[in-house]
Write a protein that binds this ligand. Structure first.
Ligand code: SAH
Ligand code: SF4
Ligand code: F3S
Length: 395
């Protein structure tokens, strides 16, 4: 471990992928001797690991950047210096780095909107963060080339929690659902080699971890990256391999895409002793018309059949979903179909989101034509329905 007195504060938003990426970044910095602190004002370096999936997620980050500006004396110093001399001084105080999906989405435009940010690093370039912090002095740095992450970053041995962690099986996504920014900020699907994944799980077990969650935007599409002449392993085979690892007590996976989910997966879920009987299967909408517009690749009927089979095959299982309300051109009838579906299926949990247009996506070419009040009303209706269902299920 290198000696380095600098302190880092990291805050993150977004999905589990960002939770794990944050842990990876902290592990890389710890290896370089940086200390981790829980409060931004105690830090020399502030890292914001961001999410771009909805407009609201980005709004939270912009306000955090503003808060950091106020919190640091730098802002005041910069302003007074500018008044006195007419020139903008170079940052002398805290280093602020914007990392993750927003960095990839906005690249150097971040510097125009948030001058107190010193560098931006996209999700595929997080391995470069320690080097950037080291050489950052005069110019602003943008590292958003979307290169391939080196395998090493997953093996720093740093874990935030004592007995559980996430293990990435694949990065990015090639599904291009019409509303979704993920393929644009995380790139196309990139699978890790299964031997590396198993080695990472074993290392985690060595550190006392007994529970893991396998992570990917669409885990069911996993097919191990082939290196040398090893035979390829699919997601079901990977589950079997993880189940055999001594020291693992329980494991689960997220997220599943209905189009790649099969009865075979349910049979394996039922048969593997350590695998949690839990499935997160985002439906997004109950209307076939909207599902087609979303480029989801399945129909309501297909989804309902999956649910019936899942519940029949995997006993005492849990089912959760994601739903978007207010997609462009969603009619009362489309919405009613989503309502009816949520009522019929009785999910254990449902995460309901109001549609917001995302840069580069296909859906952003359509007018975001539903008034905010309509989106809010539809959001509340499904939320209330689900609250009632969840309450009933808990009793
Ligand atoms: N890979 C996962 C999760 C993607 S992001 C999947 O395929 O389901 C998590 C959720 O955010 C999505 O399931 C979707 O419900 C929601 N979401 C994505 N883009 C959105 C947008 N533009 N507006 C509103 N919600 C969105
Ligand atoms: Fe986005 Fe669709 Fe990929 Fe999920 S499957 S990350 S919603 S493009
Ligand atoms: Fe957000 Fe990026 Fe995850 S956009 S949902 S943090 S992959």
């Amino acid at each position: 471990m290198k000696e380095n007195k600098k302190k880092v504060y990291l805050k993150y938003w977004g999905c589990q992928m960002n939770v794990r990426d944050s842990e990876v970044i902290c592990g890389l910095l710890k290896k370089e001797g940086y200390g981790l602190v829980n409060e931004p004002d105690k830090a020399d370096i502030i890292l914001l690991n961001t999410c771009s999936v909805r407009e609201h997620a980005e709004d939270k980050v912009w306000s955090e950047i503003g808060r950091i500006g106020k919190l640091s004396p730098l802002d005041f110093v910069q302003k007074t210096h500018k008044i006195k001399t007419g020139e903008t001084p170079r940052p002398t105080n805290k280093i602020v780095g914007l990392v993750g999906c927003m960095a990839q989405a906005y690249k150097q435009k971040v510097f125009d909107r948030a001058p107190n940010v010193n560098f931006v690093v996209g999700p595929s370039d997080i391995d470069k963060i320690p080097g950037i912090i080291n050489r950052l002095s005069t110019t602003k740095i943008r590292e958003t080339e979307g290169t391939i992450r080196p395998e090493d970053i997953y093996h720093t041995g740093f874990y935030e929690k004592r007995n559980n962690t996430y293990v990435v099986v694949s990065e990015g996504c090639s599904n291009y659902c019409s509303y979704c920014v993920v393929p644009y900020v995380r790139g196309d699907l990139k699978n890790r080699n299964h031997k590396d994944i198993i080695r990472e799980v074993e290392e985690a077990v060595g550190k006392g971890i007994t529970k893991i969650t396998l992570l990917g935007q669409n885990v069911n599409a996993y097919l191990s990256k082939v290196i040398s002449s090893q035979p390829s392993v699919n997601f079901i085979e990977l589950l079997k391999l993880v189940n055999q690892i001594e020291g693992i007590e329980e494991f689960s996976f997220i997220t599943s895409h209905p189009k790649d989910t099969s009865v075979e997966l349910f049979r394996v879920m039922a048969s593997l002793g350590k695998l949690k009987k839990s499935l997160h299967l985002p439906i997004q909408s109950g209307s076939d018309r909207i599902l087609a517009m979303m480029n989801r690749g399945y129909t309501k009927k297909f989804y309902l059949e999956l649910v019936t089979n899942y519940r029949k095959i995997v006993k005492d299982s849990v089912l959760s979903t994601d739903i978007i309300v207010g997609y462009p051109q969603e009619t009362d009838k489309d919405f009613q179909e989503t309502f009816d579906l949520v009522k019929d299926i009785e999910f254990d949990a449902a995460y309901i989101f109001k549609y917001s247009a995302r840069p580069n996506t296909k859906a952003a070419e359509l007018a975001d034509d539903l008034p905010r009040a309509v989106k809010e009303k539809r959001h509340k209706i499904i939320l209330d329905l689900q609250k009632g269902i969840s309450k009933k299920k808990r009793c």
